[in-house]
Write a new protein. Structure first.
Ligand SMILES: *Cc1c(COP(=O)(O)O)cnc(C)c1O
Length: 372
C-alpha cells in the first residue's frame, strides 16, 4: 500500500546525517530537533502553536483534556473513521455520539450533526477522511451557534488546504479550536516510528496542553493538573524535519497518482471514483484512494488483486456503531444508512508518493479484468 523504502532513498543521506547528529549529541528527549521541527511545522501550517506528542491517538486525547471536557459531555464524531477517534472520547468517559457520513466525500454529515446536538453536546470532531477536508464552514457555524468546540482529526490530511466561504485558505488542522495529527510511518508525513502533534491558535489552550503532555507540570515538579507523558522523541523529530520540506511534493505526487487512477476508472458503470468536493485540488491529499464498487463482489476482488501481488485495503469494514466496544442501545440502524452501505462497497488501492504510471496501469488492468 505504501513504499517507505522508495521514499527514503532520495533523502537517505540527509536523514542519516540528522539521525547521527541526534545520537552524537545524545539529546534524545526534547532536544533541539524537537523544537526545530515544532517551529518549522508552525511556519508551514501558519498556526501559532504546534505541540508535538507521542502519536496521533494521544494528540486527540490531549486536545480533549486541554479543552476541559468532563465525563458525561457529549462529543459528536463520524461513524466511518478509524477507531482512535471514538476510543479517546470513551476513554475520557465522555459520551461518544456517532453520526452518519456523506456518501460523496465520506466526511461527517452536517444534517446528521445538527440532529445529534443536545444540551449536553460540548464538541464536534470532524475527521478529514482519506485526506479530504470536511465541510468546516458549516461545522464552525453550527459550533458557534451552539457554543461547541471543533476538534479536527487531521491524521489523514496534513498539508491539505481548506478554502473558506470568504475565499481565504487555511491548512487543515488549524481551522477549528484545536487539531491533531499522526506521524505514523504510512501517513502523508510519516516518521520512522510513532509521532503526533496538536495544533492551535489559542495561546491559553496551547499553554494548558504543553503542561498536560508533560505530567501536568507547568513548573518543574509542580503538578497542577493530571497529565500524561507524551513526547515526540528527537530522532523522530529529526526525520520529520528532513521530510517536511518535501510534504507538498509528496502530496502533489499522490494527487497525480489519484488523477491517473480516476482517468482509467471513472467511466466504468460499477465504479464510483473519489470526488474532490470543493473543486480546489489542494483540498484532497489522498491519504487513501478509495473507490465505491456497485454490483461487484468486493471481497473476491480483494482476493484477485492480492493474488496478482497488488495490496489493497478495506477502510473500514465495520462501522464504529457496530463495534462491540462502541455499540449503544441509543443508536438506530436507519440513522447509519450511508456508513452501512460504504462498509460493503469501499476498496482502497495502493497510494503513495512513489507510485508510477506503469504500476497504476497494471493495477487498473487487473481491476477491470475482474469487474467487467
Ligand atoms: C492514524 C489515525 C489516528 C491515530 O494515529 P496514531 O499515530 O496511530 O495513534 C487517528 N485518527 C485517524 C483518522 C487516523 O487515521
Amino acid at each position: 500500500m505504501v513504499d517507505l523504502k522508495g521514499q527514503y532513498e532520495p533523502i537517505k543521506e540527509q536523514v542519516n546525517r540528522t539521525i547521527q547528529e541526534v545520537i552524537d549529541t545524545t539529546a534524545f528527549i526534547n532536544g533541539p530537533e524537537v523544537h526545530g521541527f515544532q517551529k518549522d511545522l508552525e511556519d508551514y501550517l501558519n498556526v501559532k502553536h504546534v505541540i508535538p506528542c507521542a502519536n496521533g491517538t494521544d494528540a486527540l486525547q490531549i486536545a480533549m483534556m486541554g479543552l476541559g471536557l468532563k465525563p458525561g459531555d457529549e462529543v459528536i464524531t463520524a461513524d466511518f473513521t478509524f477507531a482512535a477517534t471514538v476510543e479517546v472520547i470513551a476513554l475520557l468517559q465522555l459520551t461518544p455520539v456517532l453520526v452518519d457520513v456523506d456518501p460523496v466525500d465520506f466526511n461527517i454529515d452536517i444534517e446528521a450533526v445538527k440532529k445529534a446536538i443536545t444540551p449536553k453536546t460540548k464538541a464536534i470532531v470532524p475527521v478529514h477522511l482519506f485526506g479530504q477536508v470536511a465541510n468546516m464552514d458549516a461545522l464552525l457555524e453550527l459550533a458557534e451557534e451552539h457554543n461547541l468546540f471543533v476538534i479536527e482529526d487531521n491524521a489523514q490530511a496534513i498539508g491539505a488546504d481548506y478554502k473558506h466561504k470568504d475565499g481565504s485558505t487555511s491548512k487543515t488542522g488549524t481551522i477549528g479550536h484545536v487539531g491533531s495529527t499522526s506521524f505514523f510511518p504510512s501517513k502523508n508525513l510519516g516518521c520512522y516510528g510513532d509521532g503526533g502533534a496538536i495544533f492551535t491558535n489559542d495561546d491559553a489552550l496551547a499553554h494548558t496542553i504543553r503542561g498536560i503532555v508533560n505530567h501536568g507540570m507547568y513548573e518543574r515538579y509542580h503538578h497542577d493538573v493530571v497529565g500524561v507523558n507524551s513526547r515526540l522523541d528527537s530522532i523522530q523529530a529529526a526525520v520529520l524535519r528532513a521530510k517536511l520540506p518535501h510534504l507538498d511534493n509528496y502530496n502533489a505526487r499522490r494527487r497525480a497518482a489519484a488523477l491517473k487512477y480516476t482517468e482509467h476508472l471513472e467511466d466504468h458503470p460499477k465504479v464510483i471514483t473519489p470526488n474532490i468536493v470543493s473543486g480546489d485540488p489542494n483540498a484532497h491529499v489522498f491519504h487513501q484512494y478509495t473507490l465505491r464498487l456497485q454490483g461487484v463482489d468486493r471481497d473476491a476482488l480483494v482476493k484477485h488483486l492480492n493474488a496478482n501481488d497488488i495490496p489493497c485495503g478495506v477502510y473500514y469494514p465495520i462501522p464504529l456503531h457496530k463495534q462491540k466496544a462502541y455499540a449503544d442501545a441509543r443508536y438506530n440502524e436507519e440513522d447509519f444508512s450511508i456508513t452501512n452501505q460504504l462498509v460493503k462497497e469501499v476498496i482502497s488501492l495502493p497510494m503513495h508518493s512513489e507510485l508510477d504510471n506503469e504500476q497504476i496501469e497494471y493495477i487498473v488492468t487487473k481491476i477491470l479484468e475482474f469487474i467487467d
